[in-house]
Design a protein around this ligand. Structure first.
Ligand code: ATR
Length: 281
């Protein structure tokens, strides 16, 4: 039997946890598969995908900075990838690649199942309007949030993100400078890349109440500044993106293999490897 080839494409990608996660999932079912990390520059991404397909690649995850480029390369798109305008899961089909986005559903699953949060009727503040933010907003709306406020350093990108969602009653953009006037939120999501540059965000304490959950979509060192702010600001829960990472991988895995893996042992193994930091819960 041929071993099927899968990969994660990113830049950089050396430290990606996806190969470990997918191999662990495969082990749960005794599946034989190959899953590698492929570094592709933005200029070389399309060619690298072609090479992978020619060598028998049947599925791929896409991480920074290629999620929007992947969207543009797909012959077919799932509804949620279309709404997000970004793709994190590629599946080979006769016409080329089919694109899906499991990031948002992965985040919602981490928050609702692992953290036992009820998102219905909640007020959510989204910081950032880049690729990571785009990937998660459709799922947050689908989870029943009452109000989604998007703030971005460059305001026009927050406007575009909200226009794309087409739900003006629920999803609105506001200026970063006006954050002090927004009141408090039950969920604050950091989807900016500031932590990747070692930068802390200047956020007002008025965003937080005693029930606020703060979540950073990244994990490890990158998530430190935002999670430190969240704890200092008195958030009830400060969560990094490790759970979302494992859940989005499980959804990709289920899409490719038709089997739903058990995420908990893989999540715990990653925590124990001290890949990420304590979550504050
Ligand atoms: P990603 O794929 O991780 O979302 P991206 O598409 O480059 O990466 O988007 C990065 C996001 O982080 C953007 O929303 C960016 O704001 P701008 O649109 O104004 O560039 C935001 N960001 C990065 N550094 C930031 C900082 N120091 N303060 C506030 N926002 C920042």
């Amino acid at each position: 039997m041929d071993t099927k080839r899968y990969a994660v494409f990113g830049h950089p990608v050396k430290h990606s946890l996806s190969p470990f996660i997918h191999r662990e999932f495969a082990r749960q079912f005794g599946l034989s598969l190959s899953y590698e990390a492929i570094d592709a520059t933005p200029e070389g991404f399309a060619a690298a995908l072609d090479t992978f397909a020619a060598a028998g690649g049947v599925g791929a995850n896409v991480t920074l900075p290629h999620k929007q480029a992947a969207y543009g390369l797909c012959a077919r798109l799932s509804a949620r990838a279309q709404r997000a305008g970004a793709v994190n899961t590629l599946t080979r089909i006769p016409e080329g690649w089919e694109g899906d986005n499991t990031d948002g559903a992965g985040l919602v699953r981490d928050l609702t199942e692992r953290r036992r949060l009820d998102l219905r009727g909640r007020s959510v503040l989204l910081l950032g309007a880049g690729g990571a933010a785009r990937g998660i907003v459709p799922a947050l709306l689908d989870a029943g949030v009452l109000r989604l406020v998007v703030v971005n350093r460059t305001p026009v990108k927050a406007d575009e993100l909200c226009d794309r969602l087409g739900e003006p009653d629920r999803a609105t953009s506001r200026y970063w400078e006006d954050m002090r006037e927004l009141g408090d939120f039950e969920l604050i999501v950091n989807a900016t890349s500031a932590g990747r540059d070692g930068q802390a965000l200047d956020l007002p304490l008025s965003l937080v109440n005693s029930l606020t959950t703060a979540v950073d979509l990244s994990y490890g060192e990158v998530a430190i500044p935002f999670l430190a702010w969240a704890r200092a600001a008195g958030c009830r829960l400060a969560v990094d993106g490790l759970g979302m990472l494992v859940e989005q991988a499980a959804l990709s895995f289920a899409h490719w293999h038709g089997k739903r893996p058990d995420t908990e042992p893989v999540y715990q193994a990653l925590r124990e490897r001290d890949v990420a930091l304590a979550t504050g819960d």
